[in-house]
Design a protein around this ligand. Sequence first.
Ligand SMILES: [Zn+2]
Length: 458
Amino acid sequence: MEKIVSLCKRRGFIFPGSEIYGGFANSYTYGPYGVALKNNIKSLWWKKFVQDREDVVGIDGPIILHPRVWEASGHTTSFNDSMVDCRNCKKRFRADHLVEETTGQDLEGKADEMKKVLDEKIKCPNCGKQAWTDVRNFNMMFETKLNTTDEAKEEIAYLRPETAGAIFLEFKNVLDSARVKIPFGIAQIGKAFRNEIVAGNFIFRMREFEQMEIEYFIRPDADWEKIFGEWLKLQEEFVLELGVDKKDISFREHPKEKLAFYSKKTIDIEYNYPFGGFKELFGLAYRTDYDLSNHAKHSGQKLEYFDTETNQRFVPHVIEPTFGLDRSILVSLLSAYHEEKVSGSEEGDVRVVLKLPKNLAPIKIAIFPLLKNKPELVAKAREVFGLLKRKFVCEFDDNGNIGKRYRRQDEIGTPYCVTVDFDTLQDGTVTVRDRDSMEQPRVAVSDLTAWLEEKLNA
Ligand SMILES: [Zn+2]
């Protein structure tokens, strides 16, 4: 994990947030290659789940919604972390985590029982004393204040803790405008915010993060288990498209007693992270008609579907596949990271290479002149760069020796490096180095675009 974190910083994928001010816990900036990787993953997702499907449409809703949205969804009252403070050293801990680590008991949400266990069995991990405050709930939604012209009416609003809310609010508008027929889905990619107190592992858990979510509306009498299974299969497909090895994922069904009362089934797709093993990557939940019914109740609006074929009116049920975008980025980096002994070189010479799926690589082709100080090579390389960048995301590099440039592109995950040398000036061919095989065939510049296109789409 440290190796990924350091590569991400060294090569401009991910930087610690607010670093010049000493850092800011749980916040990160996607650098030049990180944002490119992120956009490629978003595009892959949008193509697979929106563009290529006739039954899913997209929206992009606001981050700050009407505060009553969160009353309807239950977040205002029940979206809590249980915390406990040590009276001696003043450190604060997640109470449910302390209890579970010590006793294996899962007492999430049961403050009194947790307090009892803490007072009987658990010493402060920081100072060793046993002097706990009561277990208190902290709401994880970020509060913000809306300015108004009337001071008395200043209103608390929240940054959305999940993207799904906005989708339910637009159910009716989409229905009235998009010619969708049940079953259909509404998809959204966007930021969500959780006021987490516990530090996360790199970008695994952050206060602000991006979700890719779909609410898939079905008839109340539909074979939901079949549709649930189809979505699970698609989610698994998407994980594999991120370059993840099948052996690194597993499925964990939430036990019945841990399910929210309205949910009939929830499955987490987990990834085998280098910290603590299998943990959540994506989620899939069958939420019945809970959300639409509650928003109908709180808003006073009918959120129903009228089936013109059967003349039936009903509140659709919903299946909700959720994908974490930041975790998608994390697992694609973890899966792509390889250290390889370089054959034929001195013993112990290792190259670091990101074997990202080619469609996800931030840069597809790097173009080098063999030598920086030969104007005729640089001019020709610039010409090749101009040709290729019309079709592909390219980078021109003439810094340092050619070996260093290969190393750099390997660590960025660039699938192909094109080098212009003295032979190019004679016979119009260039060497094209393959990131994974490290082979370097010569290809005529006139054939280069077609050759690369075929390879990149293979
Ligand atoms: Zn303490």
